[in-house]
Design a protein around this ligand. Structure first.
Ligand SMILES: Nc1nc2c(ncn2[C@@H]2O[C@H](COP(=O)(O)OP(=O)(O)OP(=O)(O)O)[C@@H](O)[C@H]2O)c(=O)[nH]1
Length: 319
């Protein structure tokens, strides 16, 4: 994937790492894709689509941003929640700027406040080398603002108060339409220090294509089966073989129960066919070539599957 060498950065060039954090479903992955100009993270209306840290890279004439997309954080009521929080902490500690994304079409809620407190806490850490320098509060879904100006004003005021109290930047945008994202990049550039190119300027992600292909299959399962198949569904890429004519992909979808296997396969295999052809089209866009995709579905008992798949995905499971 490293298609070109890393050049020497011009004078005054800025670079750095930006963690995109926030509640599930606020639009973090949509934003990262919009910023880097390519689909590097999958998105869906179902919360907790993103399961591990992904890096999206954007290089402009003035700066290189390495965006770290994190799984949505919510209050840890259960073990997975604790894992998500500890992952987010790891992702946030080593970056230059934190972009805390909220759904700006609704007022600041308890979930956002929990994350805001978590970020404010991190910034108070005595280990300055492991602490982000600044925070931007990003109000997403600008296109979904309520039409009532009073309601709009109340929403804006709730976020302004938080930004003011903490001394954080504040930007409104729509990851879906792209409105406001230029201003966001301007503000982010100002918060980076001068630095080198960390990656070749034409690279948009540090993830291998094989991983993104698996994610594209998972995305279609989440989109097409809706709530019927849980998030524990895992996709394992068994084989990816490239040839001049087409790329041959063999993958297995792991579910927890026979009933879920039935849903993913569908009546006379219709659902699996639909998942496969939609994922194949996305893969073809990704690699800019023809793809032949074969999908299998297997049932794996819950305890084995969840431990195996989460660890595979890079989560540190607490014993
Ligand atoms: N109207 C509107 N919808 C948006 C916008 N940004 C994202 N969405 C939608 O919000 C839903 C969630 O988006 P994601 O990008 O998957 O959200 P996320 O924060 O990465 O979610 P997790 O992976 O659960 O943490 C999708 O249906 C998006 O299309 C926006 O600017 N406007």
């Amino acid at each position: 994937m490293y298609s070109s060498p890393i050049p020497v950065a011009p004078d005054g060039f800025r670079s750095g790492f930006v963690a995109i954090i926030g509640r599930p479903n606020v639009g973090k992955s949509t934003l990262m894709n919009a910023l880097v100009g390519q689909k590097v993270a999958i998105t869906s209306p179902v919360a907790q689509t993103t399961r591990n840290r992904l890096r999206g890279i954007l290089t402009t004439d003035a700066a290189q941003f390495i965006f770290v997309d994190t799984p949505g954080i919510h209050k840890p009521h259960h073990e997975l929640g604790k894992v998500l929080v500890s992952n987010a902490r790891g992702a946030v500690q080593s970056v230059d700027v934190v972009l805390l994304v909220v759904d700006g079409s609704v007022p600041l809620g308890r979930g956002d406040q929990f994350i805001a407190d978590f970020v404010a806490d991190l910034l108070r850490s005595p280990q300055k080398d492991q602490t982000p320098r600044s925070v931007i509060l990003g109000l997403n879904k600008l296109d979904q603002q309520p039409s009532d100006p009073q309601e709009q004003g109340a929403i804006a005021a709730s976020y302004q108060a938080l930004a003011q109290e903490q001394g954080w930047g504040l930007v409104s945008f729509s990851a879906l339409t792209g409105a406001g994202t230029e201003e966001l990049l301007t503000q982010l550039t100002q918060r980076l220090e001068t630095g080198p190119y960390y990656y070749p300027p034409d690279l948009v992600t540090d993830q291998p294509e094989r991983f993104i292909m698996g994610e594209l299959i998972r995305e279609q399962i989440l989109l097409l089966t809706r709530q019927e198949v849980p998030h524990s569904v895992a996709v394992v890429m068994d084989r990816v073989e490239e040839s001049p004519q087409r790329t041959y992909v063999l993958a297995t979808v792991y579910v927890e129960r026979d009933s879920q296997k039935g849903i993913v396969i569908g009546k006379r295999g219709q659902m699996l066919k639909q998942i496969g052809s939609a994922a194949r089209l996305q893969m073809q866009k990704l690699i800019d070539g023809k793809v032949h995709l074969e999908l299998f579905v297997k049932v794996q008992p819950k305890w084995r599957q969840s431990r195996h798949s989460l660890e595979d995905l890079g989560y540190r499971l607490e014993k």
